[in-house]
Design a protein around this ligand. Structure first.
Ligand code: HEC
Ligand code: HEC
Ligand code: HEC
Ligand code: HEC
Ligand code: HEC
Length: 279
């Protein structure tokens, strides 16, 4: 190679800078297949916040473990595209029939995604409405937020648990919808959830009061229904979160009404039997 000493020095310097940045944020990703430990080791240097966010999330300790390759696959060239698609999440979240997934596939977002996903450019990052309809990861990992717990409340029965979550949720929705529409939608979602909670609280109170008069064996059938109510309460929650009218209504409120009626029936029957035994 020809050129002055100065040119060569410059070239060497440029090479040095490139080498020093080889694993830096401005460089093209290395090609190849990597194991999970390699992903973490290298990205600990390039994106330390991302790794610590993932470590804080329930994915880092979930069973099964949602590690880097569970979402991204091992092939680095297609790693972001693989993780952005719904297929990265669905199977591990119980498949198409699980309430978490089904409440999404029965929403307008899920239907649109099904119709249009082949026309989407999956190389686009998940923010700024670069997709027409959001998939699982657009809502739960917008801006590459690897702590999925940031947008999910920890306690369904606690009225205040939603506060921080709601701020995150609004950011996501407002990429595509008007703020006023979203605020009123979230308020009515909370109202709907509170109606559902009232039914669960009423059932709990009935069974707790009945423990003064009846044995555990006698109350066992009512306790079983209380457990089912947790599932139906979750359906209302998923219906509101995933915008599925089916889950808000069919699988949610009427199911809770039925549960509560049956508990009232069981406890009422126990009282009748007891008083007729006394008389
Ligand atoms: C030897 C270092 C190294 C290893 C190992 C590595 N990466 Fe990367 N990766 C990079 C660099 C450098 C980039 C580009 C800069 C950036 O986005 O951080 C990158 C980019 C990415 C991106 C963004 C790609 C895009 O198109 O925007 C994802 C996602 C990713 N890596 C995931 C993984 C996963 C998952 C593994 C393990 C299977 C892995 N990486 C292994 C260094 C590495
Ligand atoms: C639950 C699924 C999931 C898990 C687990 C996961 N990622 Fe990601 N990751 C994604 C998605 C989805 C994106 C695309 C985000 C976007 O486009 O904004 C992404 C983006 C990235 C990026 C690009 C960040 C950027 O700013 O564009 C890197 C780097 C990355 N992931 C590395 C990792 C590493 C390393 C692990 C393991 C510690 C990991 N991911 C675990 C789903 C996941
Ligand atoms: C390898 C399995 C696996 C994969 C892949 C996976 N998850 Fe998870 N995820 C879990 C488990 C297990 C939990 C913890 C139990 C739970 O809350 O459902 C969890 C928790 C979550 C939570 C928090 C729920 C809570 O109550 O704290 C969200 C949100 C979530 N995942 C979304 C996603 C999204 C979006 C994707 C795809 C980008 C994905 N997951 C991929 C297994 C997985
Ligand atoms: C339109 C945005 C959006 C889409 C799309 C979406 N979610 Fe959600 N998801 C939410 C919201 C909002 C909640 C409720 C958060 C809250 O208020 O606690 C939620 C709740 C959840 C939970 C918590 C359930 C629990 O039992 O604690 C999981 C897990 C989850 N979603 C996974 C998924 C998966 C998997 C997909 C794709 C099949 C998906 N989500 C699609 C917005 C979305
Ligand atoms: C990436 C863009 C995008 C994001 C993000 C998004 N949506 Fe949507 N949403 C759409 C599109 C597109 C439609 C379908 C509009 C139509 O009816 O043509 C839709 C439809 C809806 C509908 C149904 C309206 C109807 O007429 O039946 C509701 C409700 C809704 N979104 C709420 C939300 C909420 C709440 C969030 C945040 C958790 C959210 N959306 C996030 C794009 C988005």
């Amino acid at each position: 190679m020809s050129g002055s000493f100065f040119q060569q020095l410059c070239l060497a310097f440029i090479c040095y800078v490139i080498a020093m940045n080889a694993y830096g944020a401005d460089n093209p990703p290395p090609a190849g297949i990597f194991e999970n430990s390699a992903c973490i080791e290298c990205h600990q240097k390039t994106s330390p916040k991302l790794i610590s966010d993932w470590r804080t999330s329930s994915h880092a300790s979930s069973e099964p473990l949602a590690d880097c390759i569970a979402c991204h696959g091992k092939l680095h060239e297609s790693t972001a595209v693989t993780a952005r698609r719904d297929s990265a999440c669905i199977e591990c979240h119980g498949g198409n029939k699980s309430p978490v997934v089904h409440s999404y596939t029965t929403s307008k977002h899920g239907v649109l995604m099904q119709l249009e996903r082949k026309s989407y450019d999956w190389k686009q990052p998940l923010s700024g409405a670069k997709y027409r309809s959001p998939g699982c990861s657009y809502c739960h990992m917008r801006g590459a937020d690897h702590n999925v717990n940031n947008m999910v409340r920890s306690d369904l029965m606690n009225v205040n648990a939603v506060n921080d979550v709601e701020i995150e949720t609004r950011k996501v929705c407002q990429d595509c919808h008007a703020p006023r529409y979203i605020i009123s939608l979230l308020v009515s979602g909370e109202d709907m959830l509170e109606i559902a909670r009232k039914k669960v609280r009423e059932a709990n109170t009935l069974v707790t009061q009945a423990t003064e008069d009846f044995s555990n064996d006698e109350l066992e059938p009512a306790r079983k229904i209380i457990l089912t109510m947790q599932k139906h309460l979750k359906n209302v929650y998923l219906g509101a979160g995933h915008q599925s009218p089916d889950y808000q209504w069919w699988h949610g409120q009427p199911a809770l009404d039925g549960d509560l009626l049956r508990i009232k029936g069981i406890v009422g029957e126990l009282h009748r039997k007891k008083s007729s035994a006394i008389h």
